[in-house]
Ligand binder design. Structure first.
Ligand code: SAM
Length: 295
């Protein structure tokens, strides 16, 4: 029973902003490339239900998809698939859908993944190091933490985590091997940091390192780069591409793709959450929504 593992529902970020900008054709076909618990999918599906519009939703996490299925069971205009958005061309080909009217990608982790038992994403729980969104993938956080050379680990923690103490953390991780659990990883990070960093940061001192390892395990930057290269080809004329990112490296990739791709026209600058949204949902604080139109 999912409720035993988890009871806090993921709050969709920038929900009205996404729906208002993405949904322009009432009888269109839209793809939510990262369904998660289905918050955005549901709002899009409701907006277009009466006019015959449809939503195709994908996620790589089969546990998350089970929750989405339950949350969306009252919406017959939604079809869900366990698929990576990197494989979107394959899925659309299978479905014989050649163009869609809107694509949404909401990057980052779902609340389920952070809170559920046994997934190894959170420094607040003591679990085996995993962090895979797709449980069929081979590479886990255990492999990254225990087998990567110190230099490579330092580069990942520095660039994906924007962690200034990356070299010291990487050295401490290597010295603490083997590291089996999230708790042991937190302790290895703690040993690398000065007192002021452990106690004086706004967010937990392990946040940046955990984020970096998660990005590496799930190949998040490679995936979004691949997606950006083909996504415009699947959009109808006037079709919209909406991407929510939570990390400056991701946002830079999206911003440059939107600006440099002759198939796309960026619509305005990024949209950030309001102060009200941030106060209700602190997770939204670093979110940036960018929209582009197929030309
Ligand atoms: N928009 C969702 C909502 O409102 O409930 C939340 C999405 S959550 C921030 C991001 C989701 O993307 C996670 O459930 C994760 O499993 C999924 N994901 C990550 N990489 C993916 C990929 N390559 N293809 C499809 N889904 C992916």
């Amino acid at each position: 029973d999912m409720n035993r593992l988890y009871s806090e529902r993921h709050i969709p970020v920038l929900l009205n902003e996404v729906v208002d900008n993405l949904v322009w054709k009432p009888d269109g076909v839209y793809v939510d490339c990262t369904v998660g618990e289905g918050g955005h999918t549901q709002a899009i599906a409701e907006r277009i239900a009466a006019s015959g519009g449809k939503v195709i939703g994908l996620d790589v996490d089969s546990e998350v998809l089970q929750i989405a299925e339950r949350n969306l069971e009252a919406h017959p205009n939604v079809q869900l698939f366990k698929f990576s958005y990197v494989e979107l061309p394959v899925l659309l080909n299978l479905l014989q859908v050649h163009k869609v009217d809107g694509l949404l990608v909401d990057l980052g982790v779902s609340t389920y993944q952070l809170k559920a038992e046994g997934r190894g994403f959170s420094f607040n729980q003591d679990e085996p190091l995993d962090m895979r969104m797709n449980l069929e993938n081979d590479l886990t956080a255990y492999d990254v933490v225990n087998t990567y050379p110190e230099e490579k680990l330092a580069d990942i923690i520095y660039s994906y985590g924007e962690e200034n103490f990356a070299r010291r953390i990487a050295r401490s991780i290597v010295q603490s091997r083997p590291i089996h659990t999230t708790r042991e990883l937190v302790e290895a990070i703690r040993r690398a940091l000065p007192y002021k960093e452990i106690h004086g940061r706004k967010r937990h001192f392990a946040t940046k390192t955990f984020q970096a390892i998660r990005i590496e395990v799930n190949k998040e930057l490679e995936n979004i780069t691949k997606f950006l290269s083909f996504a415009p080809d699947f959009l109808s004329h006037g079709g919209k591409l909406a991407i929510i990112s939570f990390h400056s490296l991701e946002d830079r990739l999206v911003k440059h793709a939107f600006k440099d791709d002759p198939r796309l026209k960026p619509l305005g600058d990024f949209i950030a959450p309001s102060l009200e949204e941030i106060s209700v949902n602190p997770r939204s604080r670093s979110a940036k929504l960018r929209i582009a139109e197929r030309v």
